[in-house]
Design a protein around this ligand. Structure first.
Ligand SMILES: Nc1nc2c(c(=O)[nH]1)N[C@H]1C(S)=C(S)[C@@H](COP(=O)(O)OP(=O)(O)OC[C@H]3O[C@@H](n4cnc5c(=O)[nH]c(N)nc54)[C@H](O)[C@@H]3O)O[C@H]1N2
Ligand SMILES: Nc1nc2c(c(=O)[nH]1)N[C@H]1C(S)=C(S)[C@@H](COP(=O)(O)OP(=O)(O)OC[C@H]3O[C@@H](n4cnc5c(=O)[nH]c(N)nc54)[C@H](O)[C@@H]3O)O[C@H]1N2
Ligand code: SF4
Ligand SMILES: [Mo]
Length: 694
């Protein structure tokens, strides 16, 4: 029997809509869900490796309980019954002694997180945390302080843009399929693309202008750009008069940052900066300056990102075709949203251990901050943390300095990892609960915001191959056993879907035709004459008094990045199209495409050190050392070296990937305790290494 199933790809956090062809219970084909015109039938290499992931025998195939020391890799396969009993016994004891607030939960987050948040709330803990301290926190908080809306409060209409400006946003390799297709449409239509990165990624190859700036100098470049735009009146006066406050202070603040000054700081000539600003002036308002992701790993990234948000406002490109737009919600289409799974659960009236909203008043409590939760765990303040659930998250790879993390996590009485792989963190856990691969499970419904908002459904395509379970089954069962079943009156995923849909006027079968439901036919744009922003004033705030009152100045002078110590290089890192962080290095197909990472090093720097292209070199930071193959190239700035993230796993059970290449996070010594003071993102790109021939 042949069937077409609609799923949502789970091979990376982008979660594209996909179609899966199943014959006699076996998956035979996967492609983009062509019902979604932005997606078409496209799929990336990782998505195409989904079947290989399911078939991989080097994954945990049933629940495991640790036998030896933490991290030793001695496991006992157990039944789900035994695993659940083990976890609930320990949780019960921890709650008795320290209260439910001593439980923490870290999660990748994303559109299916509602159930997991409800689970943590039902247990009675405030400590739900997502991955964002190492991803977009600085950008998020910058956006909140300018617009009063988070980083996901904007989307980008690339296809219709006249100028796309990307500060290290490597859109073609660190990819989202719909976004990259929209970007390539713009490129085909002759859109200007300015790409700024100390390393020329594939995206640089698509650009009309590439600037190899000095690493960590983006804020200087942005100040210089703002200076020219203001001086030459290259901004949208009507938009600014109507919506932006603080322009007067801004004008005097940017006075010293002339193009000549900027050229000295960044390595980009004054003439080029001026030419670029002239071009922006012609192209506005169809201009998109991406507020950055990976530029957000420096100690001043909050301010760099803030400056991008301000320049976007100066361009008048907000809620503008070819510019930035608000992703519309069901409410914008005059409809109700999905009912939250936490709606039945009473609120938790406890301070968060990570201090978000209290010790760190400006940080969002919703997403939390893992590094300050570690701080709380280590000190036992404001209260002890004793049990830790890690769901679809691998902090040993995602956060710096794995050894330091191990030392801190060893204070816990229980660590449970819910993963589909032996992640580096799972290997250190007490219990591993293997989740079904996405093909083998259904998930709760998700909201799909956009110009045409709607809802999407991941249905189960095939039966699980191993003794694994879907996330919703795992958390419902633990909640039930902890006496919290009343909050989750569901026996099947259909029960959950029906509950979620109760206010929407839709039924579960409405998803059968396409895998998703749109709530309107035409794109929704707000009236540009009546925009209202989320700040207290309802305006775009160059000067945000609320943030200033929390100790975060709105505008700070530029401080140059630390120069690499003599003989050292700044360590940069990033992604490529075949991998998602550290989770597919052991996938049989993807491992075949790319087994190990290389160290990009500038040609002149390499020559000075006697390093030849393709030779092995030793990388060192303090007591951390390892060898890697050198890629000698002009495509990287002489002050920096670069490696792809996610390689060099320490887990021997992943036989294909074990110790292949180097793990960038191991070289970020001390960075678990260093973050952008305003935005909270960890300073991952502020590490230095030496490189020597071997
Ligand atoms: N040094 C350094 N650190 C970084 C980065 C970097 O480039 N360099 N990047 C940063 C960024 S931007 C981010 S977003 C974070 C990402 O860090 P993480 O959020 O930890 O990364 P992911 O790879 O998304 O997911 C982690 C885990 O999810 C598991 N997983 C995959 N599919 C499933 C599934 O279907 N179910 C379950 N239960 N688990 C699954 C994987 O096996 C993996 O162990 O890392 C950050 N940290
Ligand atoms: N294939 C694939 N796609 C992904 C992911 C994945 O793991 N795999 N992860 C997703 C996630 S979680 C995220 S956060 C995004 C990340 O999306 P991006 O941030 O676009 O991705 P990266 O590859 O991390 O890009 C980092 C780039 O920043 C550059 N850079 C370093 N220092 C500086 C600097 O000082 N200034 C400037 N301008 N650039 C600098 C690096 O050289 C690198 O090329 O990608 C998403 N998409
Ligand atoms: S970008 Fe690729 S791996 Fe990520 S969800 Fe889409 S198809 Fe899957
Ligand atoms: Mo990320």
């Amino acid at each position: 029997m042949s069937e077409t199933k609609y799923s949502i790809c789970g091979m990376c956090a982008v979660r594209c809509p996909v179609t899966v062809q199943v014959e006699d219970g076996q998956p035979v084909w996967i492609e983009g869900n062509a019902n979604d015109s932005g997606m078409g039938r496209s799929l990336c290499a990782k998505g195409a490796a989904a079947f290989a992931q399911r078939d991989d025998k080097q994954r945990p195939q049933s629940p495991l309980i640790r036998e030896g020391e933490r991290g030793e890799g001695k496991w006992r396969e157990v039944s789900w019954e035994e695993a659940f009993a083990y976890i609930t016994d320990k949780l019960g004891a921890v709650i008795n002694e320290h209260g439910a607030r001593s439980i923490m939960f870290s999660d990748r987050g994303g559109p299916f997180a509602d159930l997991r948040k409800a689970f943590v709330k039902a247990l009675g803990s405030p400590n739900y945390i997502n991955h964002d301290c190492t991803c977009g926190r600085n950008v998020h908080h910058a956006s909140k302080s300018v617009y009063g809306m988070g980083r996901k409060g904007f989307a980008y209409d690339y296809a219709n843009a006249k100028h796309i400006v990307l500060f290290g946003r490597n859109i073609t390799e660190a990819l989202k399929i719909k976004e990259v297709k929209s970007f390539l449409k713009a490129v085909k239509n002759g859109c200007h693309v300015t790409y700024i990165d100390p390393r020329a990624s594939v995206t640089a190859g698509k650009a009309t202008r590439y600037w190899q700036n000095k690493p960590g100098s983006d804020y200087a470049l942005l100040l210089g750009i703002a200076h020219v735009i203001i001086k030459k009146r290259y901004y949208d006066k009507d938009f600014v008069d109507k919506y932006v406050n603080g322009l007067k202070e801004f004008r005097s603040f940017i006075e010293p940052y002339t193009p000549q000054w900027t050229a000295e700081e960044t390595g980009i000539s004054a003439e080029e900066i001026e030419e670029f600003c002239r071009e922006l002036n012609q192209d506005r308002p169809k201009v998109i300056i991406h507020p950055g992701w990976m530029l957000a790993r420096y100690r001043d990234s909050y301010y760099a990102s803030r400056m991008i948000h301000i320049i976007n406002a100066l361009m008048g490109s907000i809620e503008q075709p070819g510019g930035l737009f608000y992703p519309k919600t069901p409410k914008d289409a005059g409809r109700s949203g999905l009912k939250s799974l936490g709606a039945l659960v009473p609120g938790v009236d406890e301070e968060r251990a990570d201090g978000c909203g209290t010790r760190y008043p400006q940080w969002d409590a919703g997403a939390g901050m893992l590094q300050t939760a570690y701080e709380a765990l280590e000190k036992g303040e404001p209260y002890p943390l004793k049990a830790y659930f890690v769901h679809r998250h691998d902090p040993f790879i995602a956060l710096p300095d794995t050894d330091e993390q191990m030392r801190i996590l060893n204070k816990l009485e229980l660590i449970v990892s819910v993963d589909i792989n032996f992640s580096d963190t799972a290997w250190f856990a007490d219990v591993i609960l293997p989740e079904n691969t996405f093909l083998e499970r259904a998930s709760i419904l998700r909201t799909e915001k956009g110009l045409k908002p709607g809802f999407g459904r991941r249905e189960q395509c095939i039966a699980p191959l191993n003794n694994t379970k879907a996330g919703w089954e795992i958390y419902l069962e633990i909640a039930r056993r902890m006496g919290k079943g009343e909050y989750f009156p569901f026996n099947s995923i259909e029960d959950i879907w029906t509950y979620q849909l109760q206010d929407t006027g839709l039924s579960v079968s409405d998803f059968d035709e396409k895998g998703f439901v749109k709530l309107c036919d035409e794109a929704i744009w707000y009236d540009r004459d009546n925009l209202k922003f989320g700040t207290d004033s309802g305006k775009i705030e160059i000067i945000n008094e609320k943030w200033e009152a929390m100790g975060v100045p709105s505008l700070v002078p530029y401080e140059a990045p630390e120069a690499p110590p003599e003989g050292s290089f700044r360590l940069l890192f990033g992604r490529n199209g075949y991998q998602a962080h550290g989770h597919h290095q052991n996938n049989p197909l993807l491992n075949d495409l790319l087994r190990e990472n290389k160290l990009w090093i500038n040609t002149r720097a390499a020559k000075k050190l006697g390093i030849k292209d393709g030779a092995r070199v030793m990388v060192t930071n303090g007591n951390e050392q390892g060898t890697i193959v050198a890629k000698v190239t002009d495509l990287i700035h002489p002050e920096a070296v670069f490696m792809l993230h996610g390689f060099g796993t320490r887990v021997p059970a992943k036989k294909r990937a074990y110790k292949q290449g180097l793990a960038d996070q191991l070289f970020m010594k001390g960075k678990l305790r260093e973050w952008d003071k305003a935005g909270g993102g960890l300073n991952l790109a502020e590490s230095f290494v030496t490189v020597t021939p071997v």
